[in-house]
Design a protein around this ligand. Structure first.
Ligand code: FE2
Ligand code: FE2
Length: 199
């Protein structure tokens, strides 16, 4: 999409008013890392910037409101998403990106929709926002000492980075005993096979 400085500024202003300061700084990190990854991987950096800016736009909404709104609007939610309220900002964020921020472009909305768990066979812009959410400069995962290595790999291969991020998430589930998310296993299997086939 055509992105002017005015549009970026108006979105940033609205997000700054809506989100907690820490979340806003994270949002800027995701937006500009998404734009940088896009430049490297032949994706529109303007689309990636907007998707990154909006990926957490629903984050301040009360979780029970988002859940009831998603159900009322008939937005598709997995069973796991319904059980883990903090994940609902992704589908609800895609809805807000459309209704509050005027984004109509399907791949940008999908990138917002799938930024938390990913999915098999993501489009490049979905992979970029999924990875940028995990790897933006402010992120520090104590369970992932290889984060800097992953940051490098994300600029070389989106598929390899997606595979490694899903692998790390599985390791996290298994070492902390947190409820495992079936989608992360699907993402892991899909990208593992894709890399093995050398596609
Ligand atoms: Fe998020
Ligand atoms: Fe995020």
């Amino acid at each position: 999409m055509e992105v002017s400085n005015e549009l970026v500024l108006s979105m940033e202003t609205k997000l700054q008013q809506t989100l907690q300061p820490k979340r806003y700084v994270h949002t800027l990190g995701v937006a500009y890392l998404s734009a940088s990854l896009a430049m490297c991987h032949g994706v529109s950096h303007q689309d990636a910037l907007i998707a990154g800016l909006l990926h957490d736009c629903a984050k301040n909404y009360p979780e029970d409101t988002m859940l009831s709104e998603c159900l009322r609007l008939n937005l598709s939610l997995s069973e796991y998403e319904q059980k883990i309220p903090e994940l609902i900002h992704a589908p609800y964020g895609a809805y807000l990106a459309q209704t509050e921020y005027g984004i109509l472009q399907e791949d940008i909305l999908l990138a917002v929709r799938n930024h938390t768990l990913g999915r098999p066979n993501m489009t490049p812009i979905e992979q970029i926002v999924y990875l940028a959410d995990y790897l933006e400069p402010g992120r520090n995962h104590p369970t992932t000492p290889v984060l800097d290595e992953l940051r490098k790999i994300a600029f070389q291969s989106l598929d390899e980075a997606t595979y490694l991020v899903s692998k790390n998430s599985i390791h996290y589930f298994e070492t902390t005993g947190k409820a495992a998310d079936p989608m992360t296993y699907q993402v892991y299997e899909y990208y593992k096979e894709k890399l093995q086939k050398g596609e």
